[in-house]
Design a protein around this ligand. Structure first.
Ligand code: NDP
Ligand code: HEM
Length: 507
């Protein structure tokens, strides 16, 4: 109970002063409480509404504010004001793991989300990428299936290695991302020690109406640093919140993390000539073909004052582009353009873009009307509430028209696996690893395969063989070694893994 004369007077949510915040109103000292104690009811009722749905994926996250500073000159490719030489744009970043729930431990092996919201003077521009340049699937129709394999089994309520490898072994397009996930870079020590990638191919368009395809890269200036599975287990034993502690602590102590920003640019018509589909999210553009161009630096330098308001309520969405930046035919990107705003209307409400963290820093003029919890500013011109109108309401601006994109093709359900090389790029990655890195890759894969039926493992090994004979042989040997160890000393397998393995085998 504060006796500080500087403390403001405690009030109800309606602003009336509260005389006693220690004792409920009761009939006599022993109770019962009176229904008219509206402040008691208000406190209990409000607490019941403190939780909102967590994100269906990427639920555990860590974020901070900062700036994007452009030092290079790519004005020949894009008219986006935030990308012109010298531009400094305020921004928000949120990093995340994919599969774990909001209370998951930070140091789990998983892909990391790398979400960026740039508050540009032409509207919010969001890049919602990962710490990997590629993804597990290339058709949005497969995203819900893939995510179900990452979440809990409906009966055991445990995560299921069988489900994961059953899906992956029947989806060879996942090999590139799998090789990254189970390599050293699949377990960064903190959000500061990893790269970020826009991952998708986006487009740039310039004042002359020319289009270029573009990929975005954010290279860590802190250096890459990773934990092995064993190190991570020890870290989680000490703290499940290591990423929050590291990011929050670094910024609080003035050690502002930075990333060098690069783009790869492809002239529009090159897309018809590359040996790979440049809009396929399971592929990178080799640097030798499209060298990264350095364009600036991103720095995080301010922690949120309220995690829930500013990080949990942040709504990143690939739909948010600004003039000079456009989409591409990437099927996954197309699916995501729909999915995020839909999720956010459900998770946060119809007016989620009016929340302070999501609100653009430039004027917003729409004809949206009403809706639950509408706190959009009143329209100063109330007669102009439809369009077209004769009362000077907001009007379209043809100077922002994106150049037309030539598209053709028969509408069909095209087989995205037909004629697609799922093996060469994972091979290029595998060949980047030295002998120790390969050994850790094999061991990490074997650890994640415990309890998976042999017929599924054999299907997956065959894919590794096609990437590189050493890859298949290495994983087979690591799985056999794990099994020998478990056979020799069965107690080496923790009890919960034994139960999970038995249940997965049965399921
Ligand atoms: P390059 O040798 O020109 O580029 C290699 C890229 O791989 C660099 O971006 C580097 O990132 C990254 N890299 C280096 N070591 C590892 C590692 N242990 N785990 C994951 N990534 C690593 O080759 P290419 O452009 O021809 O690409 C070869 C392979 O590299 C690709 O198949 C892809 O798997 C991977 N890669 C390619 C990227 C691209 O955009 N081309 C981006 C990221 C990975 P850094 O400079 O930060 O060390
Ligand atoms: C979060 C859907 C693919 C990165 C989300 C959310 C949804 C979603 C619904 C929660 C959004 C929210 O509640 O605010 C999808 C669908 C995909 C897809 C349907 C494919 C069709 C991808 C890919 C990437 C990615 C390819 C990265 C390249 C992220 C990130 C978040 C996220 C980083 C967390 C955003 C945040 O920090 O708030 N996704 N996703 N997703 N997704 Fe995806």
């Amino acid at each position: 109970m504060s006796t500080d004369p500087k403390s403001p007077i405690l009030t109800t949510t309606a602003g009336a002063p509260i005389a006693d915040n220690q004792n409920s109103q009761t009939a006599g000292p022993r109770g019962p409480v009176l229904l008219q104690d509206y402040q008691l009811i208000e406190k209990l009722a409000h607490q019941n509404r403190e939780r909102i749905p967590e994100r269906t994926v990427h639920a555990k996250g860590w974020g901070a504010f900062g700036t994007l500073t452009i030092t290079g000159d790519i004005s020949q490719y894009t008219r986006a004001k935030a990308l012109q030489p010298g531009a400094v744009t305020p921004m928000l970043a949120r990093f995340s793991t994919v599969a774990g729930e909001a209370g998951a431990a930070d140091h789990e092996r998983d892909v990391r989300g790398f979400s960026l919201k740039f508050y540009t003077e032409e509207g919010n521009w969001d890049l919602v990428g990962n710490n990997t340049p590629v993804f597990f699937v290339r058709d949005p129709l497969k995203f819900p299936d893939f995510i179900h394999t990452q979440k809990r089994h409906p009966r055991t309520n445990l995560r299921s290695a069988t489900a994961m490898w059953d899906f992956w072994s029947q989806s060879p397009e996942s090999l590139h991302q799998l090789t990254t996930l189970f390599s050293d870079r699949g377990l960064p020590i903190s959000p500061m020690h990893m790269n970020g990638y826009g991952s998708h191919t986006y487009s740039f368009w310039n004042e002359a109406g020319e289009r270029f395809w573009v990929k975005f890269h954010f290279k860590t200036q802190q250096g890459h640093a990773h934990y092995t599975n064993g190190q991570a287990e020890a870290v989680i034993g000490q703290s499940r919140e290591g990423y929050q502690e590291a990011l929050f602590g670094a910024i609080e102590n003035g050690r502002f993390p930075r990333w060098t920003v690069q783009v790869q640019i492809m002239p529009e018509l090159d897309a018809e000539k590359t040996p790979y589909n440049p809009f396929d999210l399971t592929k990178v553009w080799p640097h030798a073909d499209y060298p990264p161009i350095e364009i600036g630096v991103m720095e995080l330098n301010r922690n949120a004052d309220n995690y829930f308001n500013e990080i949990e309520q942040a709504a990143f969405s690939p739909k948010n582009i600004v003039p000079g930046i456009g989409f591409s035919p990437d099927k996954m990107l197309q699916g995501r353009i729909f999915a995020y705003a839909d999720a956010q209307r459900y998770r946060l409400g119809a007016h989620y873009e009016s929340l302070p963290v999501n609100r653009p820093r430039c004027p917003v003029h729409t004809y949206h009307k009403d809706g639950a919890m509408n706190f959009m500013p009143n329209n100063p011109n109330p007669d102009a509430y439809y369009e077209p109108n004769s009362f000077s309401g907001p009007a379209q601006a043809p100077q922002y028209r994106e150049p037309p994109l030539r598209l053709s093709g028969d509408a069909d359900r095209w087989d995205h696996r037909s004629g697609n090389d799922d093996y060469s790029q994972p091979r290029a990655l595998f060949e980047l690893f030295d002998a120790d890195q390969k050994a850790r890759l094999f061991a990490n894969l074997a650890a994640a395969m415990q309890g998976v039926p042999d017929f599924i493992l054999e299907r997956q090994f065959a894919h590794f063989d096609r990437v590189h004979p050493d890859y298949g042989a290495g994983v087979r040997a690591a799985v056999a070694a794990d099994r020998r160890r478990a056979g020799e000393e069965p107690s080496a397998l923790p009890m919960h893994l034994e139960v999970a393995a038995r249940l997965q085998g049965a399921g």
